[in-house]
Design a protein around this ligand. Sequence first.
Ligand SMILES: [Zn+2]
Length: 341
Amino acid sequence: MLLDDIGPEGQQAIGQARVLIVGLGALGCGVADWLARAGVGHLRIADRDIVEHTNLQRQVLYCHADAQDSRPKAIAAARRLTEVNPDIEVDPHVTDVTAATVESLAAGCDLIIDGLDNLDTRYLINDLCVREGLPWIYGGAVGTGGLVMPLLGPHCGGRIRWDTPTGCLRCVFPDPPPPGTLPTCDTAGVLGPAVGAVTSHQAALAMSILVGRTGDALDRTMHAIDPWSGESRRMALPGPRDACPCCSGGTFDWLEGGRGDHATVLCGRGAVQVHPPTPGTIDLALLADRLQSHGQIQHDEHVLRCTLPDDISLTVFADGRALISTDDTAVARTLYDRYIG
Ligand SMILES: [Zn+2]
């Protein structure tokens, strides 16, 4: 409240805000921690996964016992956030964020924070935010750096308003790249403090939106930051593009068109087949290189087989499809995003 830009009114606005955080990995943890401490009145948090020991290097809401007991991330995070600030409401959801669940998760929220580990679900969030007129804050971190941008679409309404909209995610990146082309945290690693830099930035943007900053005071740029090399760049975000199928064309391929809805249980097979979010071919030799330190690998130009820890077998085809030895589609999607990306 002592900050001129926030003051008692800003603090009151933060206290009345309802924010949804999708994904409670490294990014979601960091942003949730800041927003709980800032006094955001209602935090809805969603994640499909459980805490594992390898998460502790960067996922700041969890402790050793959470991993030991395989606690769901949403539950462990809610417990910690309530300890940090018992005066706010924390509403945890242990669920896969899909076209079927995202609408009810976002109902009544003023802002969505991206704490996701895959691009597919980010396009789903983008569809929902454009359709429902909600702002969201993109975040991503891998290796020693990350990317942050506020996406304040032209249709945003409700309690929060701004004068100059940005384009949507599809105005910036019209389509996600083919699977297997980008490094993931689990194949390339991620520096803990790089995550911290990204989440601090996301949280500051969130607070700035929630207190109603507008005009030049509201940062509407994309930031690429790398605290390891010390390099950072900012790029102006485009406004809404006429050719955008989503915010100009009004088509919501992920939310309504079944795009990204790609995991099916193969009955009697003990496996789930995951289709790539975007059709295309995958370079299996490249993938084999990236997965080398994670398990035993055999591959030719058509198929790659990898045995992961816990005896989970991953079979990847050149068309991007994968068979994963589990009968749980959420687990299969998690493993696909983690190892294939
Ligand atoms: Zn757009």
